[in-house]
Structure formats: structure tokens, C-alpha cells
Write a protein that binds this ligand. Structure first.
Ligand SMILES: C[S@@+](CC[C@H](N)C(=O)[O-])C[C@H]1O[C@@H](n2cnc3c(N)ncnc32)[C@H](O)[C@@H]1O
Length: 289
């Protein structure tokens, strides 16, 4: 289907300075979604740490102002962020500096990541897949820079009637309740969970789990609170507290999940060397057993 209008990804340039402003729309991402997805990713990492001990290096693709990038840096990971919008990167760099965080922010896009193959243990791509023209190309790049067995974390928006009504109509189009700028999202670019799984599989990213990111409470009460925010009676922070976003089993609107990069197949030559090494008492990295 041809989208009725083009997505406005330019806003991450001309509004790139407002990421950390409590009164601007990115606050919805920071107050509503970021704490829930970060808690989920940490929980998955705890499980995987038992299997793969070397989960230290993180790349945040489409990092924006660095909401998630900063959380990983504060948790002690070695973190890099990449985004095509230089203005957003400047904002992210300044905020990290003010908060004493060491994060390497670079200009680049998901379609051409400026890093060699197998550079990272973890790649994040959150609230970005619904902004790109071809998710397959971006997923191939993410897979390329991930090490074998590395983790890919994402969140995005499903393409359903519920997401059309909530994300496009209520949150974007209707002035009565809209929290986001016009053309922030295009419904046709939303990604159904099964499409994402298929695209990940083609990129050697093995799907593990998908979980919903949902608001609590009745639709009427939520609409009243959105209206109060538009009228300036409550802040984005208070709105977040009232909407009570949480992890759920409902994938109809926003959802998050993770995948594991499949190990590359061993070549005959590698297999022969590994077997020889085992016979001589060496492990995979060349240390004597
Ligand atoms: C909704 S923001 C999400 C920011 C951040 N990931 C977060 O969740 O806080 C979307 C981001 O995707 C970036 N973006 C747009 N097109 C992109 C592309 N082709 N590759 C990488 N990032 C892209 C935008 O510049 C913007 O910073």
C-alpha cells in the first residue's frame, strides 16, 4: 500500500535539541516506554549472562538523544550510539557529558553501519524499525556487526487497526488528544511481529521472544488524561504515571523483543583446525586446556 504521506525523519534534525526537554514529545518515549523496555532487556541479559559471559559491548542503532544508550552506559556496558541526525547526536553528546557518561556517538544510518563485522555483543534498535524504508537491509547490517551468539534487542509498532486508531489517530492526528508531531509515524511503515520474525530469520537473527508494551486503564480515562496533557493541566511525566505502561502479552500496538545471532557455519578448514586443537589439548581461543 502506498503511504498517504512521507514520514518526517527530518524532525530528528530540526528538533534534535529537544530530546531531554520534559515538555517536548520525546518525553513520551522517555517516561512511558524507556523504563519498561530497559527493565525487560536487563532481565533477558541476566538470563543470557549464564550462557555467554562476554556481553559487554553495546551498539544503539538510531540512538536519538540517547535515552537507552545512557541506561546501558550507567549499567556499566561499553556503549556506542549511531544516528543519521547530527543535531540529535549533539544533544546526546552534551547530555552524556553533563552526566559524566562515556559514550561514543557516531553519525551513520542503520543501512550502512560504520563498524567492522562482529564488533558488538549486543545491538539495540528501538523505535527505529518503523522509521526505515527497508527493515531487511537494516537487519542484515545489525546481524553483520553482531558477534555470533550476540543479542539483538528491539521495540517497534505493530501494523493493526488498534495501532492505526491509537498511534496514528489519537496520538498524532486528532488535535484534541495528539501528543506527537504530524507525520511522526506512517501506519504503512509499522511492522507486524511475524514479518519482523521472518526478516530477522533471513538475517540470521534467531527470534526468541516478543512482549507487548501497553498502557493500563480504560480507553475513556486514558483519553481524558491525554486531553489534560494537551490542555497543559498535567505534564508528560504525570501522563506517564497515569497511563502506567507495562510489559504485557498484548502485541497489538507497541511490542519489544529479542533475537540471537546464529553462529556462522564452520568451514571445513576451521573444523579440521578445531579438531586438531582439541586433540592437542587447546581450546577455541588457543589457550592450553
Ligand atoms: C523515535 S526515535 C527513537 C530514538 C531512540 N532509539 C529511542 O528509542 O529513544 C527514531 C530515531 O531513528 C533515527 N533514524 C531514522 N532513520 C534511521 C535510519 N535509517 N537508520 C538509523 N536511525 C534512523 C532517527 O534519527 C531518530 O533518532
Amino acid at each position: 500500500m502506498t503511504p498517504p504521506y512521507a514520514i518526517d525523519n527530518e524532525m530528528y534534525k530540526y528538533k534534535g535539541h529537544v530530546w531531554w526537554d520534559d515538555n517536548e514529545s520525546p518525553a513520551t518515549l522517555r517516561f512511558f516506554i524507556n523504563p519498561i523496555r530497559f527493565a525487560y532487556f536487563l532481565r533477558i541479559l541476566d538470563v543470557h549472562r549464564g550462557i555467554n559471559y562476554s556481553l559487554n559491548t553495546v551498539l544503539d542503532v538510531g540512538c536519538g538523544g540517547g535515552f537507552l544508550t545512557e541506561e546501558f552506559a550507567k549499567a556499566g556496558y561499553s556503549v556506542k550510539g549511531v544516528d543519521p541526525a547530527e543535531e540529535s547526536l549533539d544533544c546526546a553528546r552534551n547530555h552524556a557529558l553533563e552526566n559524566g557518561l562515556n559514550i561514543d556517538y557516531r553519525a551513520g544510518c542503520g543501512e550502512h553501519l560504520p563498524f567492522p563485522d562482529a564488533s558488538f555483543d549486543i545491538v539495540l534498535c528501538c523505535d527505529v524499525l518503523e522509521h526505515v524504508d527497508d527493515i531487511q537491509v537494516v537487519l542484515q547490517e545489525i546481524s553483520r556487526v553482531l558477534k555470533d551468539g550476540g543479542l539483538f534487542f528491539y521495540d517497534t509498532v505493530n501494523r493493526t487497526w488498534a495501532s492505526y486508531f491509537i498511534v496514528i489517530k489519537i496520538l498524532q492526528d486528532w488535535p484534541f488528544t495528539a501528543q506527537h508531531e504530524p507525520r511522526s509515524h506512517v501506519w504503512e511503515m509499522f511492522v507486524a511481529p511475524e514479518e519482523l520474525c521472518a526478516a530477522m530469520a533471513s538475517a540470521k537473527l534467531i527470534h526468541k521472544e516478543q512482549r507487548g508494551l501497553s498502557a493500563r486503564g480504560s480507553m475513556i480515562r486514558n483519553l481524558i488524561n491525554l486531553r489534560r496533557r494537551v490542555q497543559g493541566k498535567i505534564s508528560f511525566r504525570e501522563l506517564g504515571e497515569r497511563l502506567k505502561f507495562h510489559e504485557s502479552s498484548d502485541l497489538r500496538v507497541s511490542y519489544m523483543g529479542y533475537a540471537v545471532k546464529a553462529a556462522s557455519e564452520e568451514s571445513d578448514r576451521e573444523r579440521a583446525f578445531r579438531k586438531l586443537g582439541q586433540r592437542l589439548g587447546f581450546n577455541k581461543s588457543g589457550d592450553q586446556l
